[in-house]
Write a protein that binds this ligand. Structure first.
Ligand code: ARG
Length: 566
């Protein structure tokens, strides 16, 4: 049981003008235990009710129904402070974790609701580079989180497998490409062709027209254009799949941009019907000036459609197919304007569900000197990053623990985990600079540190050779501050998950994992576990097992594994 959630419930019984979620988000953990285990500030309520915060706090402290798990409810200034019965708290939390195991933290608040998480969505024939890791890792974590909360979750990879760049690629491939070379190293070769195309087109602008013509042919179903496009798509997907396999990621749908190519005419017709399209120099646009945005080009003069047209078609299709409760797009902040325009157009078309769509943005990834640019070809491939992290981990293991079984498997779990954990360590909107050094460092607040904490808990449990039972004398823990800190963190899991989902911020989970690992390591350091006193030993072991479960469940939500030995 999550005491914060419980406390919000009793507060909501008395506060009708604020939603349960609002109340939950207001509850604070006071800086020291003398001020209670939880505190509810009354300043916001004071504005609404036009009373002083002190009076409101006083009234609440008197009127709230005090459940048995609370020792007392008191007011101090504008705060209501809640004091939890520590013995009861430890028994409730530990019992719940040990009983529920891998289901600890699971909720059913999403039952019957469909949530789409669109993530990764790389562009075919372009490298899956370090810039893609953010959408891939953040999206995968959100996907798992929504599932855990009971939503019927659909993971979509909206592949960039359509658009004028395929016209360019066809021109380059037909001009000077080589089939064998493409087959041997698909993305590297296609990328080279793409870069060379741009170099040549700079000197020979006529190539731009050729490229446009080839894309138009593709849109019109021309046999040769389609065959080449399919070939590029297939070989690229094989490469992407290697990375997804390494990360343990799968999607429910790969309906990318091309999937909507035949759904475009209907969308344009609908836009015309709703009167949002205007003609401008032979092209079709939506005027967004009244909303402070540049116009959106929907259909070019030659009849070909654009990225935004396909996104409009995709949204309409998704609503029809999945009747989503939420439709989330995990895409970089560079595309903020695109998504703002797109949402406004859906809104202008009269779709109320436009409000259920959300662009979950993240900051850019820079390289240490200069930025990523596919055209110039300066890219760090994600696959290389993962492989290097695995390799480095393997070296560390061979040095420190050469007798470990399955070294390769564990090295992969830790190496990949290190990259994922670092990625989810900051709030997503922050820009950051990719650095090999930081990614491959295993010191401090890193993935390997947390995984090691989990493995250490496993090792204690193996040595104890005693099954932790829920028949435990919890008074053994109730007066141990280190134990109580672990239990407090453990018990906050559900509210952390709700906050992470509410903000679409997996880094709240990362923070939870670090707090849990730190609290546990302090407990472990200062309180010997395998002592002679059977009662003390049983109670402490129960904590070890509960932490092990808590770490495993939360790591899984980040898309990481929790090896038992390392
Ligand atoms: N393929 C695009 C890119 O790599 C991202 C697609 C984002 N999703 C969308 N529905 N527009 O830049």
């Amino acid at each position: 049981m999550d005491f914060k959630v419980e406390v919000s419930k009793i507060l909501s019984e008395k506060i009708s003008d604020f939603s349960y979620e609002e109340i939950l988000s207001m509850i604070e953990i006071p800086p020291n235990a003398a001020m209670g285990d939880f505190a509810f500030p009354c300043f916001k309520l004071a504005k609404t009710y036009r009373k002083s915060p002190n009076i409101i706090a006083q009234e609440l402290a008197q009127e709230l129904n005090r459940p048995s798990y609370l020792k007392s409810i008191e007011n101090a200034g504008g705060y209501v402070n809640f004091y939890v019965d520590t013995i009861l708290l430890s028994s409730q939390v530990i019992k719940e974790v040990l009983e529920k195991k891998e289901d600890f933290g699971k909720m059913d608040i999403g039952s019957g609701k469909n949530v789409i998480v669109e993530f990764s969505s790389p562009n075919i024939a372009k490298p899956f580079h370090i810039g893609h890791i953010r959408t891939t890792v953040i999206g995968n974590s959100l996907y798992k989180l929504y599932k855990f909360l009971g939503y019927n979750t659909i993971g979509i990879n909206h592949l960039g497998d359509y658009g004028t760049q395929f016209g360019k690629l066809i021109v380059a491939y037909k001009g000077w490409g080589n089939e064998e070379e493409v087959k041997n190293a698909p993305i590297k070769t296609l990328l080279k062709l793409y870069i060379e195309y741009h170099e040549k087109a700079e000197a020979n602008p006529q190539m731009e027209d050729e490229a446009r013509e080839w894309f138009k042919k593709l849109e019109d179903g021309d046999e040769e254009a389609t065959r080449l496009w399919k070939f590029f798509r297939e070989v690229s997907l094989e490469e992407f799949s290697r990375v997804y396999d390494m990360l343990g990621i799968s999607f429910d749908s790969y309906a990318g941009e091309s999937f909507y190519s035949d759904k475009m005419p209907a969308v344009i017709e609908l836009m015309e019907e709703k009167g949002v399209l205007i003609e401008s120099q032979g092209a079709h646009i939506v005027d967004l000036e009244p909303y402070g945005m540049p116009p959106a080009l929907i259909k070019k003069r030659d009849g070909s459609t654009l990225y935004i047209t396909r996104d409009l078609a995709a949204a309409i299709y998704r609503k029809k197919t999945y009747d989503f409760y939420k439709n989330i797009y995990v895409v970089g902040s560079q595309q903020a304007l695109h998504f703002k325009q797109w949402m406004k157009i859906l809104d202008l078309m009269g779709f109320e569900w436009a409000n259920d769509c959300e662009h979950v943005q993240f900051g850019m990834v820079g390289l240490e000197e200069g930025t990523l640019s596919t055209r110039k070809g300066r890219v760090v491939f994600l696959e290389d990053v993962l492989n290097q992290a695995i390799q480095k981990t393997k070296e560390v293991i061979i040095e420190k623990n050469p007798n470990l079984e399955d070294i390769d498997k564990v090295a992969k779990q830790i190496g990949v985990g290190a990259v994922v954990f670092q990625e989810l360590s900051n709030s997503r909107i922050k820009d950051y600079t990719f650095s090999w050094e930081r990614t491959l460092s295993f010191e401090g607040e890193t993935g390997p540190y947390v995984q090691y904490t989990h493995a250490r808990a496993c090792s204690v449990l193996r040595k104890a050779n005693l099954k932790p039972s829920s028949e435990i004398d919890f008074s053994m823990l109730g007066n141990n501050n280190d134990a109580m800190e672990v239990i407090r963190v453990l018990g906050s899991f559900k509210s952390v998950l709700l906050r992470a989902a509410d903000k679409n911020e997996p880094h709240h989970i990362t923070r939870y994992i670090l707090d849990l690992a730190q609290a546990f390591n302090k407990f472990y350091h200062d309180n010997p576990i395998l002592v002679d006193d059977e009662k003390v030993k049983a109670a402490r072991l129960a904590i070890v097992e509960a932490v092990r479960i808590g770490l495993e469940n939360s790591l899984k939500l980040l898309g990481m594994e929790a090896p038992e030995r390392m």
